[in-house]
Design a binder for this molecule. Structure first.
Ligand SMILES: NC(=O)C1=CN([C@@H]2O[C@H](COP(=O)(O)OP(=O)(O)OC[C@H]3O[C@@H](n4cnc5c(N)ncnc54)[C@H](OP(=O)(O)O)[C@@H]3O)[C@@H](O)[C@H]2O)C=CC1
Ligand SMILES: CC(C)(CO)C(=O)C(=O)O
Length: 322
């Protein structure tokens, strides 16, 4: 969706596809959106491998739009052929926390943009994308160095990115405290996603309307707020207090018009690895270090991993980090 809007805004957009390669190469992506209606997205180039995409080209921005699964593979190795100089910015369009360190280690000179992603979408086989109404990206630089030249370049990297998103009609929010925004978004994901799987595959709206699951969701959310505030060293929102944040997300979920299936539930239903490391386990580990009790999060995590094991084990993919 982000790539489509960037192309509509006038950018040259290439995509690297895997299971959907043949379909997208042939017909592009078909978009069915509540917000935008029916459209075709024909990218400038469609590649089946990173090696092909890196021939003769250097990119301004690489958007990493895969699931964040650092418990399964090192996410950075695969990008190597694409990173030819420090002019290429890496943009992590992914949910979860604790994603950035491997990129900083592998590509210390490249600008790294990390995001809080607000979109409600589902990709069906054959390049079919179903979208609801949200299309917002909040982001900021993940800074690790205090070098003036680098900082200057990084600022223009951000302002160009802002212009690109805005030209495509994407709500673009630049933040100097992106980790706070990522934690805030994580409250929603950690609260809703595990329950959407463990309840027996319910969409978000039904889970927050049912009093029992609503209560569990609010409990998980409160635990994440507590850890997030301790880690970031302040409130996660400028206007909402810690106790108001869970209610805010639950009410927002209730208000969404399209029936939406969380991305974690999509993975579970498609027997794919779930993002439990970056959405739950990283929070649990941080909580342990801070002596904060997160019993509901721990329960969700262990049950998710057991459920995932059933379908991942036969494939040989290790489901859980040691
Ligand atoms: N869907 C949603 O509503 C939302 C998602 N997010 C976050 O956005 C991120 C992306 O999620 P989403 O778009 O749902 O993910 P999807 O699983 O729908 O899409 C990911 C795509 O990346 C492809 N891919 C994965 N690994 C590779 C690889 N090594 N080479 C080439 N292609 C690859 C997959 O291919 P293949 O089909 O072969 O697996 C798939 O087409 C996640 O972090 C998610 O949590 C955030 C907000 C909402
Ligand atoms: C927006 C929300 C909470 C639900 O689609 C999401 O981020 C996800 O499912 O990954």
């Amino acid at each position: 969706m982000y790539g489509w809007r960037m192309k509509e805004g006038g950018e040259n957009v290439s995509v690297i596809c895997r299971s959907n390669y043949e379909a997208v190469k042939e017909n592009g992506f078909s978009i069915e959106s509540v917000k935008y209606g029916s459209h075709k997205f024909i990218p400038n180039n469609v590649y089946s491998t990173i090696k092909d995409a890196s021939k003769d080209q250097e990119y301004d921005y690489i958007l990493v739009c895969t699931k964040a699964l650092p418990n399964i593979t090192n996410p950075t190795d695969i990008l190597k052929p694409l990173i030819k100089s420090n002019k290429t910015a890496i943009v992590l369009v992914q949910n979860g926390i604790g994603l950035e360190d491997p990129y900083v280690k592998a590509y210390p000179e490249n600008p790294l943009i990390t995001c809080a992603v607000y979109i409600d979408t589902e990709q069906k086989p054959g390049g079919i994308i179903e979208h609801g109404t949200m299309l917002e990206l909040a982001y900021g630089l993940h800074t690790n160095k205090k070098d003036d030249n680098l900082d200057l370049m990084r600022n223009s990297v951000i302002s160009n990115f802002h212009n690109i998103l805005t030209s495509g009609g994407i709500t673009s929010i630049v933040s100097t405290n992106i980790q706070k925004l990522k934690w805030f978004k994580l409250v929603w994901n950690a609260g809703l996603s595990p329950i959407s799987v463990l309840s027996g595959k319910y969409p978000g709206g039904e889970l927050v309307r049912n009093p029992g699951t609503r209560k569990i969701i609010l409990n998980i959310m409160s635990e994440v707020v507590k850890v997030g505030e301790a880690v970031t060293g302040g409130p996660l929102h400028d206007k909402l207090s810690a106790s108001e944040i869970p209610e805010h997300f639950v009410n927002f979920t209730e208000s969404l018009s399209k029936i939406f299936i969380t991305s974690m539930l999509q993975d579970f239903m498609n027997k794919k690895p779930m993002e439990h490391q970056v959405i739950l386990k990283n929070v649990i580990d941080l909580a342990k270090g801070l002596n904060i009790s997160v019993p509901t999060l721990e329960t969700m995590y262990e049950l998710l991993v057991m459920n995932e094991k059933k379908y991942l084990e036969p494939t040989g993919i290790p489901p859980k980090s040691p």
